[in-house]
Each structure stands twice: as C-alpha cells, then as structure tokens.
Design a protein around this ligand. Structure first.
Ligand SMILES: [Fe+2]
Length: 154
C-alpha cells in the first residue's frame, strides 16, 4: 500500500480510479489511431499529424498510469479484451468525415475529463498527493485536447 494513503481501503479506491483511467485511455488511444489512419479531406495533413501526437501522448501516459498502480501495490490490467470490459468508451465507425472523428474523439476526451476529476478527488480524500498530481496532469491534457478538437470541428 502507498504509505501516503490514509487507509488500505482508500488506497484500493484510488487504484480503482487509476484502472478506469488506464482502460479509458487505452480505448481512446485506439480510437485516435483509427482516426489517424482513416481521416480524409482538405485538413488531412493537419489532422493526421494531430491525431498521431495525441495517440503517442496517450501511449506514454498509459505506461505512467499502469506503473503508478504498481507503486500503490496493485497489479495493472492489460490486454485488449480485459481493458474493453473496464472502459465506457465505445467504438466508432471506420469511415467518417473529418468532423465525425473530431466529434467522437471530443466526446471520449470528455469521458476522460470526468474520470480524471473523480480520480483526483478520490486521491485527494485518500491523502495521496502524488496520485492526485497524476490525475490533475491527465485532466489538463484532456481539457486542452477537448478544446482543440472542438475548435477544429465545424
Ligand atoms: Fe501513422
């Protein structure tokens, strides 16, 4: 158990929020990759590149989230099938117009914003400042990306 946590129960609650964040981030990474591959249109180059930046950022973040779970004494969930059962993020059609990808991805970042807020508050309650900091950092990324995706959607 993380020595910072106020109790083993609170530590478990925090790990649960990290697991949700991990599963949702993995699902979002996969959907962003799909958009990177299939987007078409006048803004192809900009969107193709932006989606790559986003899924690469998510890949790095997922590793940090999983390793935080280990640092707290938990075991990280992994594998597509296991993560799929733990995520609220659904799939999207293979072929959409650019606006369709932007709108769906914005919706998924909104799910991550909510998950990061819940995790931040739980970590704060548990007295676990480092995990709280991780959730705040993820919240900032998802809020910023949400703004960018909404600004690009027509
Ligand atoms: Fe690529």
């Amino acid at each position: 158990m993380n020595p910072q946590a106020t109790s083993p129960e609170m530590n478990k609650v925090v790990i649960g929020h990290l697991e949700t964040l991990l599963a949702d981030s993995y699902a979002l990474m996969a959907q962003t990759h799909l958009a990177h591959w299939n987007v078409e249109g006048a803004n192809f180059f900009g969107l193709h590149t932006a989606f790559q930046t986003q899924y690469e950022e998510l890949f790095t973040a997922i590793d940090e989230i999983a390793e935080r779970i280990r640092a707290l004494g938990g075991y990280a969930p992994g594998g597509l099938a296991m993560l799929d059962t733990m995520s609220e993020i659904g799939g999207m059609e293979r072929k959409l117009d650019a606006n369709g990808y932007l709108t769906h991805l914005a919706e998924y970042h909104r799910v991550l914003v909510d998950a990061a807020i819940k995790g931040r508050d739980a970590a704060g309650e548990a007295g676990d400042a480092e995990t709280e900091d991780l959730f705040i950092a993820r919240l900032q990324v998802h809020e910023k990306t949400l703004w960018m995706l909404r600004s690009a959607a027509m």
